[in-house]
Write a protein that binds this ligand. Structure first.
Ligand code: GDP
Ligand code: MN
Length: 397
């Protein structure tokens, strides 16, 4: 799960990372009011969305007075900001963060990530802050300084001092750098984060080390033990298809193709998508109904897949161990009677109660295309979609 910049800053500040004074606003008027509370004579207004690259996309603006803050905010609120990280549809702006402007002397990149090969938390830093880490590693790979944390002893101060030295931090600021790195590590550990990134971390003209931007991502599987973090979830920033599914206890991943997939189990979903591709098609999504799916759950899954307008055929692939094919079949029949499904539906069932399942499908009188194995299912799905498409084209001509 991702959180907003202002939320990450609040967490990191509690762990000793220095941040500029700032305040959150939900409207242009509130933003202007918040700037007066903060004080000073220059503010930066920052769109809060779950993506980076806001600066280049016009989501971060320096303002000199109230009316400028208001007019900048009027241009931001309610709009979708498209950055290189959001995808073409962008992300909605419903909150802005107002911060004191600080005089930047140097910009540094620091990131804490899980390194799977060493199975450790890895610190990645670079003296080339401000740029995205992908660009730094492409253009200035030699500027990257890495360190690995040994979990038995935690991040050691000497490691932080070494990083500060390699980044060319002035000796008088070493201690502040140690505090910043230890703060990030502390927050990472405490809340089961999978990523903490400060880009840029700046050295100011008056010799402070401040986090100007902050990003944190958390392990979804550990959220149950951090209610104060789960509370920070912002559905307005998620793919609506995915959050709708998550609310219904279904695992859904939206993709770009046109064959909707209803499957049980992540491994089978992978195999199904591979087979669709092998047969020359593109999956529109990956919907895992899980084990022990009731007819109601299958019907919900159908509704969800059909709400995606790019779906032009639905492939149901169930290998029932814990599941029961007859229940799945009932769910399919129920869904096809309730939901308007005007695309071909291909069903492959195997495992527990498969004969009953097939009978239910056959007796329903619904135009369900049945398949005996996965390859056949994929080929029939693609064949049905193509002939459906050419029928439509003939109709149009
Ligand atoms: P991102 O583009 O989404 O990563 O947003 P950032 O929070 O990193 O802001 C983009 C850029 O705006 C930063 O790299 C800074 O150069 C600039 N910026 C942000 N806050 C301040 C500030 O307080 N003072 C100044 N001078 N520049 C700022
Ligand atoms: Mn940034």
């Amino acid at each position: 799960m991702d959180i907003h910049e202002y939320q990450a800053k609040e967490i990191l500040a509690n762990f000793g990372v220095e941040v500029p004074p700032g305040a959150l606003a939900y409207s242009p008027e509130q933003a202007a009011y918040r700037s007066r509370e903060i004080g000073g004579d220059q503010w930066v207004v920052k769109a809060q969305i779950h993506a980076g690259g806001r600066g280049k996309a016009g989501g971060v603006k320096v303002c000199q007075n109230d009316s400028e803050i208001q007019s900048i905010c009027e241009g931001l609120f309610g709009r979708k900001l498209v950055t290189h990280q959001t995808g073409p549809e962008g992300k909605g702006i419903y909150r802005v963060y107002v911060e004191s402007v600080v005089p930047i002397e140097r910009e540094i990149y620091i990131g804490f990530v899980l390194d799977r090969s060493s199975q450790r938390i890895m610190i990645v830093t670079s003296a080339e802050g401000g740029m995205e880490i992908e660009d730094i590693s492409a253009e200035r790979p030699e500027s990257i300084v890495r360190a690995i944390v040994e979990p038995a002893v935690g991040l050691q101060d000497f490691q932080c001092r070494e990083i500060a030295f390699k980044l060319g931090i002035e000796p008088s600021l070493t201690q502040r750098m140690v505090r910043t790195l230890q703060g990030c590590y502390g927050a990472f550990q405490e809340y089961d984060a999978t990523m903490v990134e400060i880009n840029p971390l700046v050295v100011t003209g008056d010799n402070r080390v401040l986090a100007l931007d902050a990003k944190m991502t958390f392990d979804d599987n550990a959220l149950f033990r951090h209610p104060q973090i789960s509370e920070l979830r912002d559905k307005s920033q998620e793919d609506p298809r995915e959050s709708k599914a998550a609310d219904r206890g279904l695992n859904y991943v939206g993709l770009d193709g046109n064959i909707g997939c209803i499957v049980n189990g992540a491994g089978l979903a992978m195999a199904t998508m591979d087979t669709i591709k092998l047969a020359g098609g593109e999956p529109a999504n990956f919907l895992d109904i899980g084990g022990g799916a009731t007819p109601e759950r299958v019907a919900k899954a159908f509704r969800l897949v059909m709400s995606d307008l790019s779906v032009q055929a639905v492939l149901v692939n169930i290998f029932a161990g814990i599941n029961r094919c007859d229940w799945v079949a009932e769910g399919i029949v129920q869904a096809l009677r309730e939901v308007q499904v005007d695309v071909p539906v291909i069903v492959r069932l195997a495992g527990t109660n498969v004969e009953e399942g097939q009978k239910i499908l056959a007796r329903s009188g619904l135009p369900i295309i049945r398949a005996n194995n996965l390859m056949e299912a994929a080929e029939r799905a693609i064949g049905a979609w193509k002939s459906d498409l050419s029928n439509q084209q003939i109709g149009e001509n």
